[in-house]
Design a protein. Sequence first.
Lengths: 376, 428, 513
Amino acid sequence: MSADKSGGPLARILTPSRASALRTSGTTVASSLGAIAIALTICAILLAVTGKNPIDAYSTIIETGASGNKLLEMMRRATPLIFSATAVAIGFKMNIFNIGVEGQYLFAALIAAEAGSHLALPGVIHIPVILAVAMIAGAAWASIAALLKVFKNVHEVISTIMLNYIALSVIQWLFENFFRDDSGGGLNVKTTLLPESAHMPDLVDGRLNAMFIVALVTVAIFWVVVYRSRFGFRLRASGFNATAAATAGIDARRMTIIALLLSGAVAGLVAMQSVTGEAFAYGPNATPIQFGFAGITVALLGRNHPVGIVVAALLFGFLDSTSAELQLAAVPNSIVKVMQAIIVLTVVIVNEATIRRMNIRTAERARNELAAGGAA
Amino acid sequence: MSTTTAEATNTSSSKQTMGRGRRVALIGITMLVLMSVTRVWSGYDDLTSSGTVGAALRLTVPILLAGLAGLWAERVGILNIGIEGMMILGTWFGAFGAWKWGPWVGLVLAVIGGMLGGLIHAVATIRFNIDQVISGVVMNLFAFFGVRYLSELLFVGQPQGGISQSPPQSSAIPRIDVPFLSGGPIGSWTTPDIFGWFEERHWFLLGDLAGVLKGLTSNLSLASLIAVLLVPISAWVLWRTAFGLRLRSSGEAPEAAESLGVNVIKVRYIGLLISGGFAGLGGGFLSIVSSSYYRQGQTAGRGFIGLATMIFGNWRPSGVLGGAAVFGYSEGLKLVAGGSITGLFLFIALVSALVLIITLSAPVMRRLVTTAVIGVLAFLAYLTVDEVPESLTQSLPYVVTLVVLATASQRLRPPARAGVPYRPGGAH
Amino acid sequence: METQQRRDAAMAVRLSGIGKRFPGVIANHDVNLNVRAGTIHAIVGENGAGKSTLMKTLYGMQQPDAGTIEIDGTERHFKSPSEAIEAGIGMVHQHFMLADNLTVLENIILGGEPARRGVINVSEARRRIQEIVAALGAEIDVDVPVSELGVGERQRVEIVKVLYRGARILILDEPTAVLVPEEVDELFSTLRRLVDDGATVIFISHKLDEVIQVSDDITVMRQGTTVAETTPGSVDRSGLAELMVGSELPSPAGRTTAIGEQVRLRVTDLVVPGAEGRPAVEHASFDIHAGEILGVAGVEGNGQFELCTALLGLRTSSGQIEVDGRDVTRSGTRARHEAGLAYIPFDRHREGLMLNAPLWENALLGRENDPALATGPLINIQAARTSTVGIIERFGVLTPDETTPAFALSGGNQQKLVVGRAMITEPAVLVAAHPTRGIDVGAQAAVWDEIRRARDAGMAVLLVSADLEELIGLSDRIAVMFDGRVTAMLDPDTTTPAELGGHMTGSHLGAPR
């Protein structure tokens, strides 16, 4: 590690590699920003073509952000996205496409809400127990797809799509026949309300609860497990090259099952912000839907990287939070969702192109550095 | 040696071609007998009434078109998870066109809207090499919110229009009753209603057959007719024309196709445009024929049910029609007769269909007997349970799809290279 | 006899001075080939002798750097296979280019469909195909999907496909490699009929008996160039084998240490099932002692790959495998690694590397359980990187640093990393498949030195190689594999080129050993 071995590779470890790592992540960030810029331009054109003033729209969005009062709203809206995107990203790390987060988290929300309402425990235990139940339920639902893939070779894309619909039926059946609690009255039927001890503490009264912290912790654990642990290494190795991983003695079936179970477990937490902190129950109209699909877009936008996921989730949370102001400014607020879809598509396309070009450049640079080294 | 193998393959091939014609007839007859028996036994006349069948046809068409959309995409080698989104585009553009310029223009615009979705999917997956599943998922989101935005611009403020609904259309696609068969008029003369007469007699089998045929020939929307005709047309184009052979070769062995001078890229673009067009037409049917306005969420997952029918229709147009008919019929029955009888039907039909698919390679008689036995057993099993909850029977199509994939996947023949990215020159 | 009368016929194909180089490799140089019209012309040579490159050049799949191609006396420059097809050249690839789910008829007419206003004229297609098939004296049911056909029938479909496009010159790349003997006979009679009808056949093979049996002329290739032209009448098997392998074998390097007593790898009656119900490896039994290198010679595709992957537990097999006396027959791959097996794979890209991952992660693959490289459940990244730097230095991997992704390295340097990763663990048994394939001469010597050093320290090596210099230079014994069986166990000190070539090409089979 000493500087005097200037010619040896040891001395070259730190500086150039750090530089290249920086270069890589720099290019990543730059290409993502560039893609977002392209997407915003496309949206501006779309707005202009449809007779709306893009400058009005964007300045409204920026003013909303600058006013700062949207910060908590942004974090609140980002929370379920972080869980959902992390769940998707775990699968992606070994090239498994978990489209079934939607079904997994709704199933988990029902089971966890019902289980939580039957327990009487002190808060410090009660909340973790509910979260654990949610994770187990999510993993259990995901296990169907895992077993079908490993033992019956059914592709997870098809099986998780089908399982999403099956989950909706099963949830409806369980809810209507067993878990429905009409004592609350009104149209907004739910499961039995959770006792006080199961209420997630608020970070800021009524505006942001502690699930946001849980989300950040989950992402941190995701980072450690995937990038620092031996298990995560095997997971990524299977994703990089399944044959090489198998040749190195990594059991592909086992990895597939574990990856899908973990993915389902994290998916189980998606609706916990609502169940433990807002609605205090599961309800067909109280529990938010569609976060499974939104999670796929956030994972793609964040390139399945923990930091990227948090940033992307905050960005989407922020965009979602501006819709009221946009409506006031006479801009249809659904442009926000269109914008999100365009951003994701553009980022995915630009990334694909950037990665290809970057790979060529890296190979060239490696050759050049060696040539220069050989000359010296 | 060579002659014996040739003979062996000869017989196996003739058995197979016989099997295909027979299979369709076999499934049809089995279904009719099962339904007839069940009707007489249970007394639910709606099982084979023309009203039920007519409703079933209307509900079958969108699923059928979604399934054909999936088929055209996968036959050229591209997965299309975005059918749902392309259908959404079809519902919106169709409703818009029908509202402004009448239903036929609406259908054309629906097709164009769907093709737009197909084009985006094609550019993303073929030109930019994006993962086909990712592109499809994003397509669904894009379409869902894109039409919401358009509604906000164009429908909000119109009479009865809004962010999630279009203004109603003033005219509809004409509907016909076939003369003589279902009493349609010729000029001012009302012809006899032959099927209707038989249906009212409720004779075993004959009455059922007449009910089914009357359902198919009366109050028939021309759009349904067109949609159903697209099944033989798809089959004819894909299996009888040079163009169709090139399309299929690009989904089976693109390297071989390219080595023989087929422009795989071009063929894949065309396939996805057709796929998008079919999905768009299916969406347009929902917003123009099934109803008279666009409504958010109108597609209700039919794009995915279409994918399911494509899978257990074994990537063949006739199979897709069969699968779509089972789903459409159960929905139609639910509309006409209510939930519990639908559960009964679905249960028996899907179990029987499953047995038929699983025993594809078995001799015809044995399959018939097995199916009948299992069908009766399923019926008895159904009777022992008081009532199968409707919420659960709704998920049966998806369960059956999974069971088919898990148990009979060796007998399915998906295009060999569907979902695998292809870059020209890869063969070298 | 008929063909004898056409001896004076014009040249169908004349290649002069063909050269083709790829980065770091000279695939062909100064290749001269003269194929008389209306004959079966065999091209023989070992793996890597340059036959495939030459045929790809002739078929327009790649352009030569030097030399000329003449077809029927006219000089041609093919930019693509379709231009070659237009000139009447057809190629039957070793790996068939057929769509399994399409019917035979569809496969044959694809791209050249007889059609009336877009509708395929099936009866016309049938008639044309039947004409060709009848001329071949064969029978094909054109209405079944290709997936229902056996290998021999598929090959016939490929031949018909090529003829359907009007090919007069047919290139067959190792057509008999996948056939059973009866099918080979049928193929040969088909080829005979073709040349009798005036076509020209270029036939690439390793199997000298077949070459002598069927061809009119033979061209031998070695190390990227044509070394001899002969006819079946003027050469026998052993003469041909000698031409193929070279007149002299490299001399084995003497060793100073003795082979140990301890059996480190014992394989007993190993049977590996292959495709088509034929075993890929049949009843292989051998011991490798401490400090011993057992070479495996053989033309590629004779069971070497299946043998190695079965040893690693990557495919099912029956029989018994012991490492250092420990029975690992029932163990998974990871357990076999831990028992002391290490593997240098055949295909570094497919089986060896994560191309998009940095070198240190590649070097860690399979070693992530090594306590020295882990801290509890976590990876010790610093240790892993330091260890990788060790591999880089010791095996001379040319790379800017250990964080460079693997794809950025040249093939040779990637190979050195794979070799280093396998050897750094000081395994009991090294299964090495082509350990120096694609790397330059200097680095090759370095890898050989490492293998020798580890051998002297007591490692047992199973060395699969197509490089005779490597095999003879390193091995203490050489097992020859042919058709899934170990057909000979040779002493590198005494074996002759004719003997080795004869065993590799199967022509010694049945002869007294």
